[in-house]
Design a protein around this ligand. Structure first.
Ligand code: NAD
Length: 369
């Protein structure tokens, strides 16, 4: 059988630096576990613009559609700020998400014990935290029509955005949350504002419908999104999987992410519908951007990107145990005290470089055999 295929789009700034460390891990799986991947590199964002005059060519888009998984580093940088909106680096990423129809955005908030002091919350509130926020990514108020800024009747202006969800849009993201919950703690909490929004009432009813008809074995609760935000910082460990719409998910996932400390630690996955292979369309990327302030200096933390690859192992390649192996290797390296510059506490110390962190994680993988 052919190896599964991975398209790597390292992008701009620290993207190529952190992706180089992911490639070490991919190589390790081929050498030490007999798990091979067919890896192809291509350009996205500013680096694609520099060569092709567009942040994503049609040929690259076609490769992304055909790949079993896409791994993306980061896009953007000050050099490209002056470009027209239509060719800005971010347009490449948005095109990928849109044309692959990646409606389910998975944002884990996992706190490694060694970094619990890093959180703005008390250690006992975050140590061992492991929750997953599933955000609907392709509909809702960011896309609903009508939208725009219009003149009103009193000589002023009115800004309009429309929150709009269909039954099927809600059901498909709910299914993705229930599927995830079955592989984790078997609990889903759905968040909306059914008290003040009709779209919230529909959201609640449809999530309940999917539960009752397809996933009655999973524990389901509902919460208003504002109460959910409070509960997330009060006692986040009460949650397993949270499913919510595009707008609330944007806010709640950033809030949950910060429970765990550094941007350099946060992976994400965006999944679409299953393809003929049974694998979902999938894009994996760290949450952070291209970090132009530290690019090219060997200071970037590669862990967010490495954990994004671990998510690919779990959600695209059904290699959950191997994903856990990578996560444990990261945990072991942190427990040993290795820190990139972004993880240095006030007590100081000597940070390891991007490449050293990658090497240490490979060593920890060796030790896991
Ligand atoms: P950023 O995430 O790039 O950086 C924010 C801060 O976090 C910086 O101080 C940076 O040094 C630090 N940081 C980020 N990732 C790190 C890592 N792995 N290790 C250590 N430190 C890390 O956000 P920004 O500065 O607002 O944006 C910079 C550029 O990235 C902009 O052009 C923006 O449009 C783009 N961006 C891209 C994405 C993406 O590709 N998905 C996401 C956000 C921002």
């Amino acid at each position: 059988m052919a190896n599964p295929s991975i398209l790597i789009l390292a992008g701009d700034g620290i993207g190529p630096e952190v992706m180089a460390e992911v490639k070490k891990i991919i190589g390790w799986f081929g050498d030490k576990r007999g798990i091979g991947f067919d890896v192809e590199d291509d350009l996205v964002g500013g680096s694609a613009y520099d060569v092709h005059g567009t942040p994503l060519t049609d040929a690259t888009m076609a490769k992304a559609q055909a790949a079993d998984a896409v791994l993306l580093g980061a896009v953007g940088g000050p050099k490209y700020d002056v470009l027209d909106f239509s060719v800005k680096p971010e347009r490449g990423l948005l095109r990928l998400r849109k044309e692959m129809d990646l409606f389910s955005n998975l944002r884990p908030a996992q706190c490694f014990d060694a970094l619990a002091d890093f959180s703005s919350l008390k250690k006992e509130v975050v140590a061992g935290l492991d929750i997953m926020i599933v955000r609907e990514l392709t509909s809702g108020v960011y896309f609903g029509e009508p939208r725009g800024i219009f003149p009103d009747n009193e000589g002023g202006r009115v800004g309009v955005n429309t929150q709009r969800y269909t039954t099927e849009e809600i059901r498909r993201v709910a299914r993705s949350a229930f599927e995830l919950a079955r592989r984790r703690g078997n609990k889903v909490c759905s968040m909306e504002k059914a008290n003040v929004m009709e779209s919230g009432i529909l959201w609640r009813e449809e999530v309940q419908w999917v539960h009752d008809n397809e996933y009655p074995d999973v524990e389901l609760s509902h919460m208003y999104a504002d109460a959910g935000a409070m509960q997330l910082v009060r006692w986040p460990k009460q949650f397993d999987v949270i499913v919510t719409d595009n707008l609330f998910g944007d806010l709640l996932s950033d809030c949950a992410a910060m429970l765990t400390g550094s941007l350099g630690m946060l992976p994400s996955a965006s999944l679409g519908a299953p393809t003929a292979t049974g694998r979902p369309k999938a894009l994996y990327e760290p949450v952070h951007g291209s970090a132009p302030d530290i690019a090219g200096q060997g200071k970037a933390n590669p862990i967010a990107c490495i954990l994004s690859f671990a998510m690919a192992l779990r959600y695209s390649f059904d290699l959950g145990e191997e994903a856990t192996r990578v996560e444990r290797a990261v945990e072991a390296v942190l427990a040993d005290g290795a820190r990139t510059a972004d993880l240095m506490g006030p007590e100081g110390g000597v940070p390891v470089s991007t490449a050293e962190m990658g090497d240490l994680i490979v060593k920890a993988l060796d030790a896991s055999l």
